[in-house]
Each structure stands twice: as structure tokens, then as C-alpha cells.
Design a protein around this ligand. Structure first.
Ligand code: IPE
Ligand code: IPE
Ligand code: MG
Length: 246
């Protein structure tokens, strides 16, 4: 049986997340500017999103720009800020045919107005689609996400809308950007780095982690199936005993 057929007969995760790392190194190896790596990376995102939708994954969260990435040179930031607009044709065309919904997670106040408008437009236009939800984490950081949630909950408590006993996991989940998404099954990070870099800290509590050697632009369909195959061989115990079901 081929790798693909084997994976397709197994448990398909509901929600996967990808730290799309290594665009710069991919380009450098080819003597190309870093921005070229980002271009290839964004094309790859379109392909991988379609594959995930095709095989029945419900949600794909991708790390596209972190709250710390503002430290990069202005030229690179400007290029990255332009990428969502390059995606707009895909949102309207290919993703429409494939019924893919798009949401954005992260701060919105630091983007150029053009980018803020685009985000609102895309979320609104795709909101009734029934296929995969592509969650683009853009100016995203877990510390910010969790702190914003904590502040909102504190406000509700101060106003007497909730009691101390109401503060539980479900309430916290409902204050995160991922509130509409299924539990996170699997995190993939490309390019060989084995760290989380402030991504989905709360959501990762019981996710499986997979670190791929390939840089993001080279992480193709085959590599995704290898990661899924590896995921399906794991024994997720959630604190219980060996053999407990997912
Ligand atoms: C990931 O690739 C994309 C972003 C962080 C925007 P990098 O730009 O981090 O590429 P490397 O890690 O420097 O190779
Ligand atoms: C994480 O990658 C952020 C994105 C992929 C968008 P970085 O390249 O920014 O992370 P570090 O600096 O290697 O931890
Ligand atoms: Mg990097």
C-alpha cells in the first residue's frame, strides 16, 4: 500500500498547525533574496491548504508572522505585509471552489489600514464556507493571546458578570482566537528548529509535535503525508494509560 493510501485509511487529525519556518534559509541556499523564499513559502501554503482540505482535515492554523517578527528589517516586513493581498485572488478563486474558509488570528492594530481592510473583507466573504478553516496567524503571539483573554475575563469578573468559579478551561478557550476550532492534534515545524517560538502555547497542551528537516518552501504533499503517517503511529494517552483511544 502506498504511503498516501495507508494514511487515508487511518485517523485524520481534525486540527493541525504549522510553523512555516525556513523561507530565508531556503532562499539563501539558492543565492536568492530572503523575500523570494517568502514568495515560494506563500505558494506552498496554497498547495498544502488544498491538500489538507482534500483529505478532510477541518482546521489548519499556520504561523505566518509573529509578534516578534517586527524586529526584522523594514524591507522584509513590507514584503510580508503585502503577501495577504497577493492571496486575495486565491481566496476568491481556488479557495472558493474548494469551499475553504479563512480567518486571521493575532493583533490587528499594528497593520497598515490596507491589510486590516483585507482581513475583514476576507473573513466576511468566506464565513459561510463549509470546507477547511484556514487560520492565518499574523502578528500572532501566544503571550498576547493569553493576556488579552485574561484581561477580558478580569473585566467580566470586575463587572460581576462572572464568579470566580466560572473561570475554567472552557471559559479560557472561549477567549482565545481558536475558539471556533477543534482541539489541536498535531503541530509541525519545518526547517529543523525544535522550538515553539510563542505559538499556540495553551492549545498545544496535549498536541503531538513533529519537527521536519525540510524548509517550508520544500515541504510538499509527500512530506505532509510522512508527518501524518508518523502522527498516526503515536499513542496519545492524555494522561491515561497505554492504548487509550484518541
Ligand atoms: C519563516 O521563515 C517565515 C517568517 C518568519 C515570516 P523565516 O523567515 O524565519 O526563515 P529562516 O528561519 O530565516 O530561514
Ligand atoms: C516563527 O519563526 C514565526 C513564523 C514562522 C512566522 P521565527 O523564524 O520567527 O522563529 P525563531 O526566531 O527562529 O524562534
Ligand atoms: Mg525562521
Amino acid at each position: 500500500m502506498s504511503l498516501e493510501s495507508r494514511v487515508l485509511t487511518g485517523y485524520i487529525p481534525k486540527h493541525i498547525a504549522i510553523i512555516m519556518d525556513g523561507n530565508g534559509r531556503w532562499a539563501k541556499k539558492r543565492n536568492l533574496p530572503r523575500t523570494f523564499g517568502h514568495k515560494k513559502g506563500s505558494e506552498n501554503l496554497k498547495n498544502i491548504t488544498s491538500v489538507c482540505n482534500e483529505i478532510g482535515i477541518k482546521a489548519l492554523s499556520v504561523y505566518a508572522f509573529s509578534t516578534e517578527n517586527w524586529k526584522r528589517p523594514k524591507e522584509e516586513i513590507d514584503y510580508l505585509m503585502d503577501l495577504p493581498s497577493e492571496f486575495e485572488e486565491t481566496f476568491k478563486g481556488k479557495f472558493k471552489e474548494e469551499d475553504i474558509r479563512v480567518i486571521f488570528s493575532g493583533r490587528r492594530d499594528r497593520f497598515p489600514v490596507k491589510v486590516q481592510e483585507l482581513i475583514n473583507r476576507v473573513e466576511e466573504k468566506t464565513k459561510d464556507r463549509q470546507g477547511l478553516i484556514l487560520n492565518i496567524c499574523f502578528d500572532y503571539g501566544s503571550y498576547t493571546e493569553i493576556l488579552e483573554g485574561v484581561k477580558a475575563i478580569s473585566e467580566s469578573y470586575k463587572k460581576g458578570e462572572i464568579k470566580l468559579e466560572d473561570i475554567n478551561e472552557d471559559l479560557m478557550n472561549s477567549h482565545l482566537y481558536t475558539k471556533e476550532l477543534p482541539k489541536l492534534d498535531l503541530l509541525i515545524r519545518t526547517s529543523g528548529e525544535e522550538r515553539i517560538s510563542n505559538f499556540l502555547l495553551w492549545q498545544l497542551a496535549y498536541s503531538e509535535l513533529f519537527f521536519a528537516k525540510k524548509h517550508w518552501p520544500a515541504f510538499n504533499r509527500k512530506e505532509l503525508f510522512k508527518a501524518l503517517d508518523n502522527f498516526q503511529k503515536r499513542n496519545r494517552r492524555f494522561g491515561g494509560l497505554k492504548g487509550d483511544k484518541k
